[in-house]
Design a protein around this ligand. Structure first.
Ligand code: KIV
Ligand code: ZN
Length: 522
């Protein structure tokens, strides 16, 4: 007899940054960006990565296909609704992957079945059976999700789960699609399924929690206590609305509190900081400073009492070490006299592996930074490299500008950009230097987008710190975030705006076909 799914102590980490995370307004990524993140997720040891939704667009299909080709040790997963076209497209995109999974889903709650699907429950049950049966013909590993599972009637949920397992699903996911459940309720739901579904020992139960009430991580952990052995999550908690359960939080909670949650994951937690930086830079979603595990202040001790305690014994105020999440204690200090080899070694220490061209570009920017800044911290180098890497495929590039600013005005910017390799220039005035620069960009790259957010953060302390600027643009319902880093706030602002425009261009090409628009709520 097979052991009950809850007998194993190993929790499978299913990352959906590239699928559910990308559904976050403004988080669209291009193929190279997704590939870069996929390789970092693989290195981090995620068991399964949901690489996208292949039927959604040509871009999504190509990204899943490229990830399926490149990733060797994590299973690559593609999402599909309960219909043959979606499932066949997912199977096609996943073909090159050594380890693969098709994830098919349908809504099971009364509200979704009646209003969204306009289908009777029996038809939904049959669609679940048919979709899993077809998916199993094309792929050995099939996951089935009961969308809006946490608001589904228990009898019907149990019938669907039993039928999906009978049709061949190996993983059963019970999403809290709208972030409505609570830890006690969610744990009870899993216990109920374990107790009532006769063939439950043939499948792994999975959590998938959205964060609308700020409970996604707590709910995911409660789900595991209730019998789930897979957690679906995203880096930095990226995702629709308030986001998904944050990978770094569930992993570190399981690691730090093994005494009350005796479970393990396969995640190399030292890769967390690098993954967080990369996802933040690529998507333009800045991590809030007080965010658990990956926020800039997560390991900062400011008050005298705390600092005093830390000096006497680190454990007085620190429940995990910064090193355990990849914040390296600098062993190698870099300055303006450091050469290319030292720079390369530092990148290796920080977990980066750049090709020769990217290394040269990053090194040139580092030299420039070291000339202008007294101390170059690891955070500076990470911001600089992430910024460089994020721009690798941009068709609009920043070359330089001169700005006339000052209290008397008018503020004026003379800007030079490269567009598809050709240098172009424009001069513009504005209400302040940032406005003048943005107006000059608009002259060179005419567009209809409006500025929704302009935000400046300092990467480190000190007046010579690099500025990290986020710009959010919106054009006809498409939202994108761009980021730029530089010691000069105006340069960082210009880079961020250009980054956002490059992303907008990608997004225009990658519009979802109308029949998929209905899925924007998943
Ligand atoms: O939130 C949700 O229900 C989903 C499903 C597609 C798993 O993302
Ligand atoms: Zn979701």
């Amino acid at each position: 007899m097979t052991a009950a799914p809850s007998a194993s102590q190993r929790v499978i980490i299913f990352d959906t940054t590239l699928r559910d995370g990308e559904q976050s307004p403004g988080a669209a990524m291009n193929l190279e960006e997704k590939l870069r993140i996929a390789l970092v997720l693989e290195e981090m040891g995620v068991d399964v990565m949901e690489a996208g939704f292949p039927i959604a667009s040509k871009g999504d299909f190509e990204a899943v296909h490229a990830i399926a080709k490149a990733v060797k040790t994590s299973s690559v997963c593609g999402l599909a609704r309960a219909n043959p076209a979606d499932i066949e497209r997912a199977a096609e995109a996943l073909k090159p992957a050594p380890l693969k999974r098709i994830h098919t889903f349908i809504s099971t709650s009364p509200l979704h079945m009646k209003h969204k699907l306009q289908m009777e429950p029996e038809k939904v049950l049959q669609a679940a059976i048919d979709s899993v049966t077809l998916a199993r013909k094309l792929c050995d590993d099939v996951e089935w999700s009961a969308e809006d599972g946490s608001r589904t009637e228990h009898d019907f949920l149990c019938r669907c789960v039993e039928a999906a397992i009978k049709a061949g699903a190996r993983t059963i996911n019970i999403p809290d699609t709208v972030g409505y459940t609570t830890p006690q309720e969610y744990a009870k739901l899993f216990k109920m399924i374990v107790n009532r579904v006769p063939n439950i020992d043939k499948a792994i139960l999975s959590t998938h929690c959205h964060n609308d009430l700020g409970l996604a991580v707590a709910n995911s952990l409660a789900g595991v206590l209730g019998g789930a052995r897979q957690i679906e999550c995203t880096i930095n908690g990226l995702g629709e609305r308030a986001g998904n359960a944050a990978l770094e939080e569930v992993v570190m909670a399981l690691r730090v509190r093994r005494d009350v949650m005796p479970f393990t994951t396969g995640i190399k937690s030292e890769a967390i900081t690098k993954a967080s930086h990369l996802v933040s830079t690529v998507t333009g979603f800045v991590v809030q400073p007080n965010k658990a595990i990956v926020g800039a202040n997560a390991f900062a001790h400011e008050s005298g009492i705390h600092q005093d305690g830390m000096i006497k014994n680190r454990e007085t105020y620190e429940i995990m070490t910064p090193q355990s999440v990849g914040i390296a204690k600098t062993s190698l200090k870099l300055g303006k006299l450091s050469g290319r080899n030292a720079f390369r070694s530092k990148l290796v220490e920080l977990g980066y592996d750049l090709g020769d061209n990217a290394l040269t570009d990053a090194f040139n920017r580092f030299k420039d930074l070291a000339d202008r800044k007294k101390e170059v911290f690891d955070e500076d180098i990470m911001a600089l490299v992430d910024d460089e890497v994020a721009r690798a495929n941009d068709h609009i590039r920043f070359l330089g500008f001169e700005v006339q600013a000052g209290s008397k005005g008018p503020q004026r910017a003379m800007l030079e950009l490269s567009i598809d390799g050709a240098s172009v220039t424009a001069t513009s005035t504005g209400n302040g230097p940032v406005d003048a620069i943005f107006n000059a960009i608009s002259q060179l790259v005419p567009h209809e987008a409006t500025l929704q957010l302009y935000q400046v953060n300092a990467v480190t302390a000190g007046t010579d710190a690099q500025a990290e600027v986020t710009v959010r643009l919106e054009e006809k319902g498409r939202t994108v975030n761009g980021q730029g880093a530089d010691p000069d706030t105006l340069v960082a602002s210009c880079r961020a705006y250009i980054h956002a425009l490059n992303k907008l261009a990608v997004k225009r090409l990658k519009e979802l076909p109308p029949e998929v628009a209905v899925l924007s709520g998943v």
